[in-house]
Design a protein. Structure first.
Lengths: 183, 278
């Protein structure tokens, strides 16, 4: 545990280590993906402490459910990201989380309301917003909702008052833009 | 192939990657992915784009979180991770052996010292016993000498007094001789001519021994009547003892009487007697 050296494994090595329950997998997962997963979680749950607790739960769930991951169905990160997103959305909708939001002191409420009204900029999400802003606004809105805010595409269609087909197309166009940038 | 193209363009793969599909829809997508390599390639491209996108927007967790997670983790899954036993590296590598060797020498040295000390202690104990015996002997000898010396001093004081009495004109020495029941007894009584004091001297008497319930009583015979001059024991603190004074007497006698003396002498217990005239 004391080592500060980062571990990086190929996806195949990582999956094999995870399946045989070798702890090196968890260290490697942490080094390679903790930031990306916390990024996903934090856009659904803003409270740092809660988000970090969820990251911890995410790792435990990944470890415990490793047997159910099937690499023929998709990449490891996609699976892990969905584990993180589902845990975060469950948390967001849970009664105790809603109560804890109500019980926030006034300072936190101000932050929370600011967050909702988009009048302040979180340093962590600044880069993300810039990137998404490069997309056309109609793509940005849709991707924003389904990718960051835990909306289903059906809910997004209702919220934006758009046909479901249009939402699907816009998600696809947004991701195609991202592919141009990254691939 | 037209079917594949329109399937790709429907946007269902993106929704699949975003976790937006029902379980039934997922199974259909997975079947398509398995069937058509183009679909699989498209799916991978979408996944890689979103993964890179997530990496680009990573948020570094708090520094303590890694240890917290990894620790919690090894607690939860301890039985499963025995093959990942951490290697234990001594904090001061190499020094331990030297320290152990030094401690071993120290232990041997301590044991030897302990054995020597015990031997010395035992021998000292024996010598101490011998010394104690000697002290007891010396102390008993010293007591004997003290007794002898005080006895000698007592006798010397008596003898000096007796010489002084004999040489003095002031004192009359009355000799009391043994009676038929105690022929070997004898005693001197000293009578002052001026003030009529009576003294007896333990250095100047040989009387039969008495028991603890009896002592001697000195009598003066005055005109045929016995007058008590006091009692005395076998010995006393002073060699010379003053008795009652008497103005005139024709004779002196000593009887053995019960402790404290008697009013009238017990004549059959008379031991010495002597006449006198001044």
């Amino acid at each position: 545990m004391a080592t500060t050296k980062k571990i990086a494994l190929s996806e195949e090595e990582l999956v094999n280590a995870l399946k045989r329950q070798d702890t090196i997998a968890i260290k490697a997962l942490y080094d390679m993906y903790s930031g990306a997963l916390l990024g996903v979680i934090s856009r659904i749950i803003q409270q740092t402490e809660v988000a970090e607790d969820l990251l911890q739960e995410t790792f435990i769930k990944i470890w415990n459910s490793a047997g159910s991951y099937d690499s023929s169905k998709g990449r490891l990160f996609t699976w892990m990201m969905n584990v993180a997103r589902n845990l975060s959305i469950d948390k967001l909708r849970s009664k105790d989380f809603k109560n804890s939001i109500k019980n926030q002191d006034i300072e936190n409420n101000v932050d929370f309301i600011d967050e909702q009204k988009k009048v302040s900029f979180n340093a962590d999400t600044l880069g993300l917003k810039e990137m998404v802003t490069l997309l056309k606004p109609e793509f940005k809105d849709v991707l924003d909702m389904v990718y960051f805010k835990g909306y289903t595409h059906v809910e997004a269609a209702e919220e934006l008052n758009l046909p479901l087909g249009t939402v699907k197309t816009r998600v696809r166009m947004a991701i195609l833009e991202l592919r141009k940038k990254f691939n | 192939m037209e079917e594949v193209k329109s399937y790709i363009e429907s946007g269902i793969l993106e929704l699949y990657v975003l976790g937006q599909l029902t379980a039934q829809e997922c199974i259909e997508v997975e079947a398509m992915v398995a069937k058509y390599p183009e679909v699989k390639a498209e799916l991978s491209a979408i996944e890689i784009a979103l993964e890179a996108y997530a990496q680009e927007n990573a948020i570094v967790p708090s520094a303590y979180l890694e240890e917290q997670i990894l620790n919690k983790f090894s607690e939860n899954t301890a039985p499963l991770i025995t093959n990942a036993e951490p290697k234990i590296i001594p904090l001061y590598e190499g020094n331990n052996e030297g320290t152990v060797r030094k401690l071993r020498y120290a232990l041997i040295a301590c044991s030897i010292l302990l054995a020597i000390s015990l031997g010395a202690l035992f021998s000292a104990h024996k010598e101490l016993n011998v010394a104690n015996d000697q002290i007891a002997n010396l102390s008993s000898d010293q007591q004997k000498f003290t007794t002898t010396v005080s006895k000698l001093e007592f006798e010397k004081a008596g003898m000096e007094n007796r010489i002084a009495m004999t040489e003095s004109e002031e004192w009359t020495t009355v000799k009391l001789a043994g009676v038929p029941t105690s022929p070997n007894a004898k005693m001197f009584v000293y009578w002052n001519k001026a003030n009529k004091n009576i003294l007896i001297n333990y250095a100047a008497m040989e009387l039969p021994k008495t028991d603890e319930a009896h002592e001697y009583q000195l009598w003066a015979l005055v005109d045929g009547k016995p007058v008590s001059l006091g009692v005395f024991g076998q010995t006393d603190k002073e060699a010379v003892k003053q008795m009652e004074t008497i103005q005139k007497a024709q004779a002196f006698a000593v009887t053995i009487e019960p402790m404290g003396g008697s009013v009238n002498p017990t004549m059959e217990k008379m031991v010495v007697m002597g006449g006198v005239s001044i």
